[in-house]
Design a protein around this ligand. Sequence first.
Ligand code: KMH
Ligand code: ZN
Length: 275
Amino acid sequence: MEKLIITAAICGAEVTKKMNPAVPYTVSEIAEEARRSHDMGASIIHLHVREDDGSPTQDKKRFRACMDAIRKLCPDLIILPSTGGAVGMSAEERLQPTELMPEIATLDCGTFNFGDEVFENTIPMLKTFCDRMKQNGIKPECEVFEKGHIDTALFLRRNGYIDAPTQFNIVLGVPGASNGDVRTLVFMADSLPQDATWCATGVGKTQFEIAAVAMLMGGNVRVGFEDNLYLEKGVLADSNGRLVEKVASIAKILGREIAAPAEARAILNLASRSM
Ligand code: KMH
Ligand code: ZN
């Protein structure tokens, strides 16, 4: 099997220091959490950023500051910014990090209930996001929370908005979308095109179950505070690094070697960038 790519989603837009004091907000906290994740085996950082008070932002300057700080500590890490931001942000607000020319960024492939709110990703919005990513040479990571989101991504691909080979992230366990169960993971992974590369994300208590099954199926994995704050039941993780360490130890037991960032770039067919 191919080497395992571990993505660390280190802060997200919804979790707070009240829930876990280790959730990073400041530029230096975000960079340190990226470093801890890298040191434990993550090759990709899925990046959201916050103001110092914790409010989520897609501000380009804040993203630039965080990306520069991460690159200073870990020059080889792949940085995968969010274009999802937080529920309720406008498309233009969300698209700001694409102006920083990352190698890869998220593309949320449909509108759905996100907890009590609606996360809006209409087809016209998706087309705009794809156009903007294409112009800037950014590979989309198609975030799919439902089977229909895979069909939408493939519709966009047939119509030239997304290129092959395509990267997917199957995200399960968001309240309002698909549950984090193995049957759904297998069904969705089986629905991907042959050329796809893919990652699985279990939100909440299924983080490690979903990761273990994805690893056995040859997929890649995402862990981190954006999706789960606990190392085990009742035990908060004191850093993202601990969550990466745990998933790396499961990988070792299951016989999956871990990809370094350069290997992850080759597996994902990322365009080379001069930083
Ligand atoms: N914060 C969620 C509403 C992404 O990064 O693209 C959206 C999200 C997905 O986290
Ligand atoms: Zn995200």
